[in-house]
Every structure is written in C-alpha cells, then in structure tokens.
Design a protein. Sequence first.
Length: 419
Amino acid sequence: MKAVVVGLGYVGLPLARAASVAGVEVVGLDLNLRVVDLLNAGRSHIDDLSSDDVSEMVANGFTATSDAACIAEADIVVICVPTPLDDSGSPDLAAVIGAAKAVEQHMQPGLTVVLESTTYPGTTEEILKPLLENGKRICGVDFFLAFSPERIDPGNEKFTIVNTPKVVGGVTPVSTQKAAAFYSKFIDQIVEAKGTREAETAKLLENTYRHVNIALVNEMAQFCFAMGIDIWEVIRLAKTKPFGFQSFTPSAGVGGHCIPIDPNYLAYKVRADLDRPFRFVELAEEINNGMPPYVSRRLQDLLNDHSKPVRGSTVLLLGVTYKANISDRRESPAMPLAKRLLDMGCTLKFHDPYVESWEVDGRVVEKTDDLEAALLTADAAIIVQAHQEYVSSAERIGASTSPILDATGKFSGANVERL
Ligand SMILES: NC(=O)c1ccc[n+]([C@@H]2O[C@H](COP(=O)([O-])OP(=O)(O)OC[C@H]3O[C@@H](n4cnc5c(N)ncnc54)[C@H](O)[C@@H]3O)[C@@H](O)[C@H]2O)c1
C-alpha cells in the first residue's frame, strides 16, 4: 500500500511514522521546503519524534516532497494541514482547500482520501467532496472519502497514535471500510462512525468538553482564592469519587492549536446554520481568556505584599510553552501574560529548557539558564508550566526567598503562593 500524508506537522509526521513502521510505503507532502529538507536529512522538527525516529523512517523508504505529483502513485491520501482562525475569528480552511485541489489534480481512480484536520461538521461533504469530484468523478464510485479526527496529545507517553482508538466516518460505507482498513494496519482499535458529520462533531465535542471544564475550574479557582478556600485541596478531594467526575486543574490559561481554536469552529457552524450562539463555548472562552490578566493581577498583589510595584520589578516566568514538557508555544497563555506584565513596566525574564529565544510583541525577553540564580535576583516569579525539570527541582524552588506565584499547583514552600 502506498500512502501520501499531506502536512507534516505535529499530526502528519507521527502518522507518517506509524504507517511507515507498519510497512506502508509513505510519502510526505508539505509546502514548507525547510520541513521537507529537514525530514529528508533525517531531522525532526516536532517534539514527539526524535531525529533518530525520522532517520529510521527515511531508512524504511519514507521521503518528503513538495511536489504533489506523488499523489498519482497513492492508494490513500491523508490530509493533516492546519485549520486556524482568520483575523475575524472565523474558520480558515485555505490549507484544506489548497490540499484538496492538489489531490484533485493528481488523483487516480480508486483513491481513498481521508481528512484528519479538525474542522466544523459538513467540511468533508460540503467542501472536500465537490472539490474532489470536480464534475468529473463520483464519490463512492471513482474515489472514496472519509473523515477521521486526529487525537494526538503531544508529550503524552502513555497514549500514542497506536493505542488511542481511531474514529473513522466515510461518505459511503465502502469509504469507511477503506479508511478503517488503512488505519487498522497500525492502530489497535478503529471505531466506525455513522457518517462524516458525526466523526467531525465528535472531535469538536471532545475539545469543547475540555475547554468548558477547564473554564469551570478556572472560575472556581478565582472564587475559592477570594473566599480563602484551597482549590487544589478541593480538587484532590473531589477526584476521589470513582464515578461521575473527571478532574481538571486551574492554569494561567489555555493554549495550543486545539482548545482555544477548535470550539470556535463548532460555534461558527451553529451560528451559520441555526443563527444561534453556542453559549458554553463563548463563556468558556471569556473565562479562559481572562486567566492571563487574572494571573497578572495576582502577581501585582503578591508584589504589593512585599511593598513593591510591578513597574521596575524583575519578574521571572518559568515555562512559556502552552503545556509542560514540550516546546510548542502556539497560543501559549504565557504570551498575553507577558504582554500585560511588560505593559505594566516590569523587567521580564524567562526560563524554559524547551525554548531558545522568545519575543513578545516584537520585544525580546531575556532568557536565563541558571534557574537558582535567576530566582535569587528576581523580585517575583510565576510558574506557568510545570516542566519536569522544575518538578525535579521542587525542593529548591520551594526554598526560594523570592515570592513565587505557582499557576500549576505543583509546588509549595514558604514563599510559594498557588493560584
Ligand atoms: N497539534 C496537535 O496537538 C493537534 C491535536 C489535534 C488536532 N490537531 C489538528 O490537526 C491539524 C494539523 O495540525 P498540526 O498541529 O499538525 O499543524 P502543523 O502546523 O504542525 O503542521 C501542518 C503542516 O501542514 C503544512 N501545510 C499547510 N498547508 C499545506 C498544503 N496546502 N499542502 C501541504 N502541506 C501544507 C505546513 O507547512 C505544516 O508543516 C489541524 O487541523 C489541527 O487542529 C492538532
């Protein structure tokens, strides 16, 4: 079997590797020439794969290219391109449309096409299908089309692409079967969906569920702090209930490509088709977007307790990625938090073993590598992400003489205040 994976990022590259390990002949197609060159040279550009992993793929016959002609040889094409929001906050499907047009130009009869990019319900049948049919072909006869939501969790060592069940929903039953047959070569459990819309919406339900529950706990954290109740203890107690409760933890805000963006795809579709707001999504967004300003106010209060203003103080941010133990900074809450603190006039520094350099609104933030020395000289610090390096140094962090605001709930000490 020959597969082409379109879009070799956080989603496409691990998929290409899993298929390649299972003996599928894989070609990776990406518009970014730097990514193509890096991969062909056996070098990885994402957290979840090492350069050794990529070298092994190349040795197994994997190649990357920016030439869509490779599609002519394929039995299956899987599209894993970005689905961001445009400047007005609406879904931007330009990459999906671009990929579909490239596939249409080169596809041969019998091809199976699968979309993995997170998107609103209807995209596969209303946008992809007509582009691929293009008045010349019939879906289910000349080619097969399915949607299969991507469920990768960067940095998660327990659940990988292989042991995370894969939902597959085809435009026709044969489309579902063909896509499921491909994934079953390297994924333990395939879950067949009734159709593409259900598969598309399942992904959005998963992400909206996280978004809403994170917002719930973030709002509770604010109330609890104001009422002198320890939210972390509350969560520890609540999660002893063995049924009906899943714990979420407060944070400096949500980040990454999924949680802050995907629920908007669903809200957009609800608004477009039904002319109704999706109130849960809007509320969750409001609360989660309010966390960086809330954290900056808490920092201001903490400095005030030490008779210091924010202006002129040196503030150290620990962990500026969007989650712990990865280098991805997309939509990281550290960014709006830093912006606010810089606007308030502090001298900002950051420490992050995963990030080489960091700019906020065109302003270069000084990186410090010596955590202990930086903690000693800072007027205050905020732990935004609990990277493993910090958890391993929890005792030293807890002994800090400078005040620390811990947005992760993983640290304690005389001068550590949790969110
Ligand atoms: N990263 C995650 O953790 C995650 C999790 C769940 C879902 N998703 C979804 O998966 C999709 C892909 O996300 P990602 O994180 O892998 O993105 P990414 O930005 O890491 O990678 C996308 C790649 O696609 C390439 N590309 C863009 N347009 C192209 C085109 N027309 N043809 C060929 N290549 C093209 C880019 O150059 C880039 O290398 C998105 O819809 C995202 O919402 C991502």
